[in-house]
Design a protein around this ligand. Structure first.
Ligand SMILES: Cc1cc2nc3c(=O)[nH]c(=O)nc-3n(C[C@H](O)[C@H](O)[C@H](O)COP(=O)(O)OP(=O)(O)OC[C@H]3O[C@@H](n4cnc5c(N)ncnc54)[C@H](O)[C@@H]3O)c2cc1C
Length: 423
């Protein structure tokens, strides 16, 4: 292109910027484009809200490799025999058909922040005006010596739901009589703080019926854990003598796991187990790191009022991958953050009204049949962090009717949140 032609076009572009309605137009390509990477609790919700509320004013693309999303939430209930796998499986058909979202089943493998485009494993690249990253978690290499992703078929993590959860369930159900189930619990922060302990409850529920002499050992690097009093009360009452929670202060540190021999080495002692559930330390899903929006702890810091990256205002990060303050890494948190981000993105790209950010979360856990407990809170955005404003938690010693009611509340929540994500 000649210099004079370039300068004319440049001038025209500058003039257009002054006179056109910049809110409605995406850079050089018609409707503003929003690309969402990850079709889970955060990503599916933000894509749906953007498409639904903008009524066609935004071009929304959702990039997600899987055609079926298995919720981690309620995957423990599948382990315990309270739900089928199909009941926690969801597809993207309604997002595409009913909401006009361009659903692309592929991996995002890079982000060019200068060109504002996302590279896909299949070779295409997708331009954006705003990018939303909600890739969930990845595991920190080397955090459990002896374990890497190649060992996941011997020692499953089942911390991404689907075939891993099926494998863990099959292993638990075929344990030898009187065998040992060992869990290597993760350090903070990690996805779903009560998740490992609800899982222990569900495994205990299965073993109590099928294999009552079996033992459950939890090797935990933490000194305390979410809803500890409620879980420990429940384990003593419902599964007496079956569950031993062993913190590292008592046992000494975890030294290694040996997938070939199914051994866990802790504080110099070797424990031979029949099932070993390794839940490694976690960090933001890798695409956040590739986009250059993570910090030295592996998480992506955000501006609470909008969920924008602190490193790039054109990128929003949701859910587990974000470092936001007081909210736990949960599906409910991701869903709540997605609505705040959708509102902020529409405001920025179409000029719609932006409401003050408010967030909420509840984490439900099932201890045994009809024995549900919960912990939750409300939050608001401050300049530094998402800050807790009020909270609630189930109490020890609650009667059976209240526990049943809490469990039933969780069933309603599951139906509601999955409809909110997938339409
Ligand atoms: C056992 C267990 C029990 C749980 N129970 C509860 C509960 O009761 N309540 C609750 O609220 N939460 C619960 N959670 C936590 C909840 O599942 C997560 O916090 C939630 O899924 C986080 O949402 P997200 O959008 O950040 O990530 P996810 O829901 O994991 O979604 C991430 C998506 O991104 C996709 N992805 C990743 N990388 C790429 C890429 N490069 N390109 C394209 N796509 C990509 C993945 O395929 C995935 O579909 C539980 C978790 C576990 C493990």
């Amino acid at each position: 292109m000649s210099l004079s032609r370039r300068s004319i076009l440049k001038g025209a572009a500058a003039g257009a910027a002054l006179t056109a309605a910049p809110m409605i137009m995406g850079a050089n390509h018609g409707k503003p484009k929003v690309v969402v990477v990850g079709g889970g609790a955060g990503g599916a919700t933000v894509a749906r809200y953007l498409a639904k509320d903008s009524k066609g004013a935004l071009d929304v693309t959702l990039v997600e490799p899987s055609r079926t999303y298995y919720t981690c939430f309620f995957s423990n209930l599948y382990l315990g025999g309270f739900r089928s796998l199909e009941s926690i499986a969801h597809s993207y058909g309604k997002l595409a058909g009913d909401y006009g979202i361009n659903v692309v089943h592929d991996w995002a493998v890079g982000v060019d922040r200068d060109k504002k485009s996302v590279a896909l494993a299949g070779g295409a690249s997708v331009p954006y005006d705003r990018l939303v990253l909600s890739p969930g978690i990845d595991f920190v290499d080397g955090s459990v010596p002896g374990w890497d992703i190649s060992a996941q078929n011997h020692m499953p993590h089942a911390y991404k739901a689907g075939s891993q959860t099926e494998l863990l369930k099959a292993q638990v159900e075929s344990m030898r009589e009187g065998g040992v189930f060992a869990m290597v619990a993760p350090p903070n922060p990690y996805r779903c703080p009560p998740g490992p302990y609800e899982r222990v409850s569900m495994v205990a529920h299965v073993l109590k019926a099928k294999n009552p002499k079996a033992k459950i050992l939890i090797f935990d690097p933490k000194k305390k854990f979410s809803k500890q009093g409620l879980f420990q009360e429940g384990w003593e009452a419902r599964y007496p003598g079956m569950v031993d929670w062993l913190d590292a202060e008592f046992t000494g540190p975890l030294e290694e796991v040996r997938p070939d021999t199914m051994e866990v080495v802790v504080g110099g002692e070797v424990t031979k187990a029949d099932v070993v559930n390794v839940i490694p330390a976690q960090k933001a899903g890798r695409i956040a790191e590739l986009a250059g929006v993570t910090n030295d702890k592996g998480w992506a810091p955000v501006v609470p009022a909008t969920m924008q990256s602190r490193m790039d205002e054109n990128i929003h990060i949701l859910g587990d991958a974000s470092q936001q303050g007081d909210m736990p890494k949960s599906g409910f948190s991701a869903n709540s953050q997605a609505k705040v981000a959708a509102n902020a993105i529409r405001g920025a790209l179409t000029g719609s009204k932006v409401f003050p950010a408010k967030f909420s979360n509840t984490c439900w856990s099932l201890i045994d049949t009809d024995n549900g407990v919960k912990v939750g809170a409300a939050y608001e955005a401050t300049p530094e962090k998402i800050a807790k404003t009020s909270g609630f938690i189930s109490q020890t010693g609650e009667d059976a009717a209240l526990r049943k009611q809490t469990f039933e509340e969780s069933l309603g929540w599951y139906a509601g949140i999955t409809a909110d994500m997938f339409g």
